[in-house]
Design a binder for this molecule. Structure first.
Ligand SMILES: Cc1ncc(CO)c(N)n1
Length: 222
């Protein structure tokens, strides 16, 4: 078992509340109201701006070039890959990048992003990557689960672009690389005594992910 599998097993109920959330299931079934999805996507853009800062912090906290390059890959995945999806989808609804960027941050967005940034500021690189892991690796799992027959089979699905982004080869590769880098980092920096602390951090990030989905349902009455 790699460190990611161990963390997931230690936080299994919080993990399930995130990856099996009603929002995810309804998105997969195509029954999620578009209003809830739009609310989510605007907040997610604001979320990604803060997550880009967290990856920039991970570059700063790197102990060697391999650490710095791994964090840079996460940063580029957000700034050059993921945010394009948000800009493209929001553009279809007549929302410019400037309009999304100036939307007020919901408390759930503030809580999750500032929690991760604080893990990085107060802790070391392993704390920071453990706090980031549910995000990047979790979305790769969700994308894969929602596209069991591959991205091509999603033709006509109302959330095809979103699912296709996270199920697609580029994002899957970024997540696989993040997972193996996390394992390497744990091999260097983790002690068994520290595992419980890291698992608590991972569980909290998973709960904050679940709260992020829930925010969109609550705010739109979906
Ligand atoms: C809330 C959230 N978690 C994870 C990801 C994946 O990067 C995302 N875009 N948004």
């Amino acid at each position: 078992m790699d460190i990611f599998a161990r963390l997931k097993a230690a936080a299994s109920s919080d993990w399930r509340s995130y990856v099996d959330h009603d929002f995810v299931r309804r998105m997969g079934a195509g029954t999620l109201p578009q209003e809830a999805f739009r609310y989510y996507l605007v907040q997610d853009y604001l979320f990604l701006i803060q997550f880009a800062r967290a990856y920039a912090l991970a570059i700063y906290k790197g102990r060697n070039l391999a650490d710095m390059r791994a964090a840079k890959a996460g940063l580029c995945a957000i700034l050059d890959l993921e945010m394009d999806l948000h800009v493209r989808l929001c553009g279809r609804w007549g929302l410019s990048p400037e309009a999304i960027e100036s939307a007020p941050e919901h408390q759930a967005t503030v809580s999750y992003t500032r929690f991760v940034l604080d893990c990085g500021m107060a802790g070391d690189l392993l704390d920071l990557h453990v706090a980031l892991a549910p995000c990047i690796i979790g979305y790769a799992e969700i994308g894969r689960d929602l596209a069991p027959d591959g991205v091509e089979a999603l033709a006509g699905h109302p959330y095809r672009d979103w699912i296709g982004e996270y199920a697609g080869a580029a994002y899957q590769q970024v997540a696989a690389d993040a997972r193996s880098h996390l394992d390497d980092l744990a091999a260097r920096a983790m002690t068994e005594r520290r595992f419980a602390e890291l698992a608590a951090l991972f569980a909290k990030a998973s709960r904050l992910e679940a709260a992020f989905w829930q925010m969109a349902l609550n705010e739109t009455g979906a």
